[in-house]
Design a binder for this molecule. Sequence first.
Ligand code: FAD
Length: 588
Amino acid sequence: MTLPVRKFDAVIVGAGGAGLRAAYELSKAGLKVACLSKVFPTRSHTVAAQGGVGAALGNMGEDHWHWHMYDTVKGSDWLGDQDAIEFMCRMAPEVVIELEHFGMPFDRNDNGTIYQRPFGGHTANFGEKPVQRSSCAADRTGHAMLHALYQRNVHSKTQFFVEWMALDIIRAPDGRVLGVTALEMETGDIVIFQGKATLFATGGGGRIFASSTNAFINMGDGVGMTARAGIPLEDMEFWQFHPTGVAGAGVLITEGVRGEGGYLLNKNGERFMERYAPTMKDLASRDVVSRAMATEIKEGRGCGPHGDYILLKLDHLGADVINKRLPGIRESAIKFANIDPVKEPIPVVPTCHYQMGGIPTNYHGEVIAPKGSDMSVVVPGFYAAGECGCASIHGANRLGTNSLTDLLVMGKSSALSMLDFIKAEGPKHAELPKDAGDMSLTRVAALDGKKGGASVDKTRSEIQRTMQAHCGVFRFPDMLVQGVEKIKACADSVANLEIGDKSKVFNTARIEALELQNLYEVARATMISAEARKETRGAHDRADHHQRDDVNWLKHTLWYKEGDRLEYKAVNLKPLSVETIPPKARVY
Ligand SMILES: Cc1cc2nc3c(=O)[nH]c(=O)nc-3n(C[C@H](O)[C@H](O)[C@H](O)COP(=O)(O)OP(=O)(O)OC[C@H]3O[C@@H](n4cnc5c(N)ncnc54)[C@H](O)[C@@H]3O)c2cc1C
């Protein structure tokens, strides 16, 4: 069957912060831009970002991009590539001011400049003391940002395809990427979106874990599609657990609460972070705080009848500060924990929050894959930005506020690379291979034809429970080995999913099954990469190898779907203009 083809200069999959920032840059330049999204653009997960966007504006005292860079390298536990980190930190002030000019309603200081709050791991003068670097709009920063960017796109005439799900990447025989196949949810029709350049901005896959702050749409689609297209995935073992998800519900309570002066308590009423991170205390980086909390709980100092959570106290900030700076948090705590934080502390636990790894790119947003011994060969026509991409800015652990910065910087940077590429391509589109739609048609036909297959719900929760139990905040060697077996054992079910409803119009069962096939690739890559890495670094904490091992493991993991093959590539320790920040012990 030949599929209908729609042609654009640029095809962008994803309408979160990264996709919208890129789409705007391209449509503003007069290009014909398609932007596909499973949900209405302003419902993308970026809308949930609370705490803010990091940039050394220096509005609240002296700050410098070089200090921001130092914090990011240290936060990454030296796994981040220092060229990409320098690029992001240098560009950050410019893209935040740009966003302000797009109409972003930032909180203000009395003198009219943007208000900035302190955030975990962000310091002045190379680790000396906390600095105020997070620009925010109360605790609804992502919401404000997404709306500002969406409106820009409407103005510049980006063509949105809302409630369309991209299914597979189309590659030419020489490997270049020519676009995607996509399914229209309203009709069930499948169409080819051909672009001279294609950008993935599909967000994270935090739903591989049973307890997650991520939206239900964060199923790792782009990452799964990339793996199926034969491109490796980078550093998938590194997942950030946010210290403060509401116990039981997983809903996020921003680190901004601790930035504004909130702190954590164990069942004895002790501010235990003073023991784990004497300088930064509750504002140490997220992996450090999450592990401290998990340790308190494990050693019997957790709170509540089962001793299984920690308390986040903020009532001492007073109702005025809470209502002005943290109104959404108050609402979430009342709704999801039945607690009013103006009066009582909120019960919290570490919850999966962010994927540091993803589709390998350079800081221009170009997707790179090894060819023989050359580890940085560009896949022509293919770009990735935002949480699904791995530039690698965040290395083994991301600092709070650095993802929104990454969306703006990498969204813009990848769009500028695409612009050059599209111009060089000239007016004509490449010829599509005859089998362009086959992989997607086969997958959908298999679902439609299947009788007596596996349940989508059961398979998904089996994967999520396995990831949570075998690959969480602390990782144990025997559990990881078992985890690999368990995840591999899910392959059969994933390949033989059955949906009861075979209709075409708004068939969400079919969508969920297709998403699950992507989620599975993400989970499998994670478990196998984690089992193989025999050290503790950033968010990857192994009980049997308790130290960071720079001699053997200062390198990025690359996982290939084919044969679960692993390769490794060197970390780039060379920044663009400043000196290398050499690895040292990471203490806060
Ligand atoms: C609760 C919460 C709070 C956070 N707070 C902060 C914060 O304060 N500061 C910070 O820096 N970071 C924060 N983060 C992290 C940050 O918000 C995310 O990393 C970032 O927003 C991801 O943006 P994105 O553009 O990459 O993807 P998303 O915003 O997740 O958007 C993904 C887009 O891809 C589309 N898509 C996905 N798959 C497909 C497909 N198959 N076909 C078509 N479209 C598809 C979706 O519809 C969506 O439009 C937070 C994260 C969470 C979960």
